[in-house]
Structures are given as structure tokens and as C-alpha cells.
Write a protein that binds this ligand. Structure first.
Ligand SMILES: Cc1cc2nc3c(=O)[nH]c(=O)nc-3n(C[C@H](O)[C@H](O)[C@H](O)COP(=O)(O)O)c2cc1C
Length: 170
């Protein structure tokens, strides 16, 4: 495997963390990587709520049933978007998702672990997070990245399947 592509091919969801805090530099790198993502019409409506305080992170468990790893993660990054209206409104989801994937790959590249916790389009989770953290109307949480120092890391899986690919015509 090419060294440069290791973060892509070795990334797995990590749900088991040591509880260590992340440095400001690590958090900055993760956020900067997220913001490097492509963006529909370059609107760049992605925005982030970063939680590093354990008590605040664990509030998410009140509104998200599959977020128990936040008890030991170093940070929770809530990746949000501002739906931009018009015909291309829904592309805000793709934009925010591209940012999320960049963040997950950056975590892998830094030797950290991360997992994407789904939020949008589940209304209870979107409104639950809005209520907990005073996220303004006009901003919608798309997903949460639980990030931290891995306590254990799942093995990479080769998922290439020839039968998923159609060449030249279906
Ligand atoms: C949109 C989306 C929502 C997800 N939500 C959760 C979640 O709520 N909790 C969780 O533990 N993992 C969640 N995951 C992670 C997936 O379960 C995981 O990516 C999948 O099982 C494949 O494993 P891998 O990431 O290790 O390759 C989510 C992934 C995506 C893309």
C-alpha cells in the first residue's frame, strides 16, 4: 500500500479511547483538515462546535443512543452546516459530510481514532443537540465526530469489490 494512502485504507471507527485530552494543536489540525473539503459553489457554510469538557460531552448521551464512547473520547466535534436555500439547498449535507470525512482521515493520519455519530436527518437528535448547546436556528448539526487517543484499534478491512464497479456502461 502506498504510504500516502494509509490513513484512507487503515481507517476504522474507533470507539475505545484512553480518556486523554487532545492538544490545541491536534484540534486545530482536525478542524483545518475538515475545512479543506470541497464545497458546493464554494459556499463554505460548515461550522463546528467543539466540546472538550467531559461533562459537556456526556450531555450528548441524553439525545444520542449510540454515543457512549464519549465517556472516554478526548473531544466531540459537532459538524454543522447552514442550509443555504434555493435549488441546491440540500447540498449542505454533502458539504458537511465531506468535512466530516476529512476530519476522520486527519484523525487517522495523526495517530488518533475517531467515529462518526449520525445526527441529521434524525429530528430528535438535531433538536436535542440544538437544545443542549444553544445551536442557533439556521445552523443544523449534521454529525458528531468522537475523537481521541485509541485504547484499541480495529484491524483494517479491504472492502474493494469488483462487482460494485461498472465500466463504461452499466
Ligand atoms: C452517517 C453515519 C452515521 C453513523 N452513526 C454512528 C453512530 O451513531 N454510532 C456509532 O458507533 N457509529 C456510527 N457510524 C459509524 C459506522 O457504524 C461505521 O462507519 C461502519 O460500521 C463501518 O465501520 P468502519 O468505520 O470501522 O469502517 C456512523 C457512520 C456514518 C457514515
Amino acid at each position: 500500500m502506498q504510504e500516502q494512502l494509509k490513513p484512507i485504507f487503515e481507517r476504522r471507527s474507533v470507539r475505545d479511547f484512553t480518556g486523554e485530552a487532545l492538544s490545541q494543536e491536534q484540534l486545530h489540525t482536525l478542524l483545518a483538515a475538515a475545512m479543506q473539503a470541497p464545497s458546493c459553489r464554494n459556499k463554505r457554510k460548515d461550522c463546528y462546535l467543539v466540546l472538550t469538557n467531559r461533562e459537556e460531552m456526556c450531555k450528548i448521551l441524553q439525545v444520542h443512543p449510540y454515543a457512549s464512547m464519549l465517556k472516554s473520547a478526548g473531544a466531540a466535534v459537532i459538524v454543522c452546516g447552514e442550509p443555504f436555500g434555493g435549488e441546491e439547498n440540500d447540498y449542505w449535507v454533502e458539504d458537511a459530510s465531506a468535512c466530516m470525512e476529512n476530519l476522520l482521515l486527519a484523525a487517522q493520519g495523526l495517530g488518533l481514532g475517531a467515529v462518526w455519530l449520525g445526527v441529521y436527518p434524525l429530528r430528535d437528535r438535531v433538536e436535542g443537540l440544538r437544545g443542549l448547546f444553544h445551536i442557533p436556528e439556521g445552523v443544523t448539526p449534521m454529525g458528531i465526530a468522537a475523537v481521541g487517543v485509541p485504547a484499541s484499534t480495529p484491524e483494517p478491512i479491504d472492502r474493494f469489490r469488483e462487482d460494485k464497479v461498472h465500466w463504461e456502461r452499466w
